[in-house]
Design a protein around this ligand. Sequence first.
Ligand SMILES: Cc1ncc(COP(=O)(O)O)c(C=O)c1O
Length: 493
Amino acid sequence: MKHPTAPEPLIFEISRPGRCAVALPKLDVPPADLPHDLLRDDLRLPEVSEVDLIRHYIRLSQMNYGVDTGFYPLGSCTMKYNPKINEEMARLPGFVHLHPYQDEETVQGALALMYFLQEFLKEIGGFAAVSLQPAAGAHGELTGVLMMRAWQCDRGEGHRDIILVPDSAHGTNPASTTMSGLKVVEVPSDDRGNVDLKALEAACREYRDRLVGMMLTNPNTLGLFDEHLEEICALVHEHGGLMYGDGANMNALLGIARPGELGFDVLHYNLHKTFSTPHGGGGPGSGPVGVSATLADFLPSPIVVVDPQRSTENSPFFTFYNPPKSIGRVKAFYGHFGIMVRAYTYIRMMGPEGLRQVAEDAVLNANYLKSRIQHVYHVPYNRTCMHEFVCEGRFADAPDVRALDISKRLIDYGFHPPTNYFPLIVHEALMIEPTETESKETLDAFADALLRIAEEARTNPQLLHEAPHNAPVRRLDEVRAAKELILRWESPK
Ligand SMILES: Cc1ncc(COP(=O)(O)O)c(C=O)c1O
């Protein structure tokens, strides 16, 4: 079956000399000379009519797949539906036309929004203070690790250089730790998908004098809540370390558990996952960090606070504050403000009960989907999961079929594939995160597709090897694409 948009010619192929998509009005001012070095005679642009141009771009837009077109169970990415009211609020002229150099008297509304977002995140995470500066989750991790190191230096332990990271951690955890200049020591998982407590104890003992702390993704990338979280935090603290929580998976915990009360000293939130701001494709995100009182003085500056001197009884005055031992700025100006507006809107729209419902439904959906397919797709760490689960994309009686084949075939059924080959501790991993915004009908349709694909794997594996069959783009040569990266269309000579 061919995708209806596939055979359409590209815009350069329909170009005809002299065709034009715009008609400019007659010049009613004297022509000005343009700087000579900006003018080019050899610029090859397509010459097309307006209708050709419109069809070209609409066709391209229809090739996109996103949360607004279909189910997107990309594990670890929380591709939930982003309510459109968030966008409306972010586009309010008062926000859109702000300039970061404006005096604070003229931006009190924006500062109020940032202040209350900080307060909401403090309340949700159980932390003493929050900075909205980091631009994304991985940036929050880097910020957190730099604060942990600054704290160790401040108490005369600047020689400490090790962060423990479990093998079930998100990939950014070891990456951001390494970027901070510290060393990563990996800790294995046990057979229930928890951090292996014995191995952790041994590592803590071995690196007792070098431990800066531990970075723990919880729920982890298997979608599991660590059953020994309190013991882990206590062990690391006993050995002079701090606990960093990767809170990118807070969607599973909202209104149920507060990481600050579970023993974490610092945690980042992914506003662009948990609080429903759009992400993917390299757009802006936001990764605020929350900290316990221990680290509050080290937060990146500036933080929005109420200035009691300039406040009146009914009208607080908001200003910026630089914590005394701040690690400094980690981002130009104040972070990604537009993302903050969206997250603030979402939190206000949901309210405390709504946020709790988000977590409950996210967990329910993941467990429902798991229960529908686990008799066919092996789930290696199979216990009640949180917001996602990881199964194997391989079958004993269809040895040639791989997770990638299953994912590509899902495209033919109209679904975005799950995350593939991650976490690394599961063979042929398919990491599935349905999110709370999907109906039972959608979950059932997806489960049915997975079950049919498992059948096809046995009866017609070639169908899977050659998938996708009806997408605008067939299976790409991923190795070649990575080695010969061509990011723009080149005109044939
Ligand atoms: C568990 C976890 N940690 C960290 C990150 C990194 O976040 P970002 O992509 O915003 O840098 C992600 C991304 O989705 C994640 O799922």
